[in-house]
Ligand binder design. Structure first.
Ligand code: GTP
Ligand code: NA
Ligand code: MG
Length: 303
């Protein structure tokens, strides 16, 4: 692909960490402080991902946050071979320190080769010990810059909105330090379904993340075994959008069924191709299931 067609795209970030360490609160704090202003009439809604604007070295930059339960999304997507995340924010409560799911989360990120920024949360609490968190994490290869390592640690309070700007800065520094944040917007879109549901009035509603190309209303698409034509798209503010470029999450209407989290999607030349790909995949899945159940029966025959 032509180098000239590659354009800088925003980094895509997931928040992970132990239960109750403040992932949701942190995502809310980031969103409330920095979400790109909603047009009049737009209703902010949960679409599973959002984009914020952050000022970095005097320039306005965008960051995409995946706003689904970090762990599940990450593992489900990885299980389907989709890598959506560029950077993981590891949230560790400064009063609790590292816990089993902290380790699980960092293992996932390290296995995927995703750089980690540590948000040491709840620094407002009595008993908060951010230095201890830094010390504990050195054992897992996450050594703070101030201790001679190359992992950025930022003290935050999601509750009191402390350190949020610094955290976004650390994310952008990490992105710029060694990640290739480029994608070609000048072609048919490809990406990943982040979450999807069946809505009574609107049918299948899928939140997709564009990874390359530009998705447009009217495009025929296939995601896993779901297919259809993009009937409408909405951003995180509920505003209707006509097209979506790399790293932009959008809600897509028009699929005939609900894709699974982590199913990739692509735009096809026409509706028929989208349907044929979906049907082929569905048949393959049916056959695999059948083969598995046959195997079980024959095994039982011999025991
Ligand atoms: P799960 O999704 O259940 O794993 O939890 P979570 O990691 O999303 O944690 P959540 O954001 O729900 O926060 C858990 C609790 O900690 C809530 O009662 C929050 O209000 C509280 N909390 C989160 N951040 C802070 C903080 O910076 N300071 C204090 N004092 N409390 C916080
Ligand atoms: Na919680
Ligand atoms: Mg939560």
């Amino acid at each position: 692909e032509d180098d000239e067609d590659l354009e800088i795209r925003p980094p895509v970030v997931t928040v992970m960490g132990h239960v109750d360490h403040g992932k949701t609160r942190l995502l809310d704090a980031i969103r409330n402080a920095n979400v790109v202003a909603s047009e009049a009439g737009g209703i902010t809604q949960h679409i599973g991902a959002y984009q914020v604007a952050a000022e970095h070295e005097g320039i306005e930059r965008k960051i995409t946050f995946i706003d689904t339960p970090g762990h599940e999304a990450f593992t489900a997507m990885r299980a389907r071979g989709a890598q959506v995340t560029d950077i993981a924010i590891l949230v560790v409560a400064a009063d609790d320190g590292i816990m089993p799911q902290t380790v699980e989360a960092l293992n996932h990120a390290q296995a995927a080769g995703v750089p980690i920024v540590v948000a040491v949360n709840k620094v407002d609490k009595v008993g908060a010990n951010p230095a201890k968190v830094r010390q504990q994490l050195t054992e897992f290869g996450l050594v703070a810059e101030e201790y001679g390592g190359d992992t950025m640690f930022v003290d935050v309070s999601a509750l009191n909105n402390i350190g949020i700007d610094k955290l976004l800065d650390a994310v952008l520094l990490t992105a710029d330090a060694g990640l290739d944040m480029r994608a070609n917007p000048n072609k048919d879109a490809r990406g990943v379904s982040i979450e999807a549901k069946l809505d009574k009035g609107r049918g299948a509603v899928a939140t997709v993340l564009i990874q390359s190309g530009t998705l447009e209303v009217g495009d025929p698409i296939v995601s896993g075994t779901a297919y259809g034509r993009v009937r409408a798209m909405f951003d995180e503010n509920g505003n209707s959008v006509e097209f979506a470029t790399p790293a932009r999450p959008v809600q897509v209407l028009g699929l005939t069924s609900v894709p699974r989290a982590g199913d990739t999607f692509l735009v096809t030349d026409d509706d028929r191709t989208a349907r044929q790909i979906a049907e082929k995949r569905e048949a393959a899945e049916r056959n695999a299931l059948l083969a598995r159940s046959r195997k079980r029966i024959s095994l039982e025959d011999f025991t």
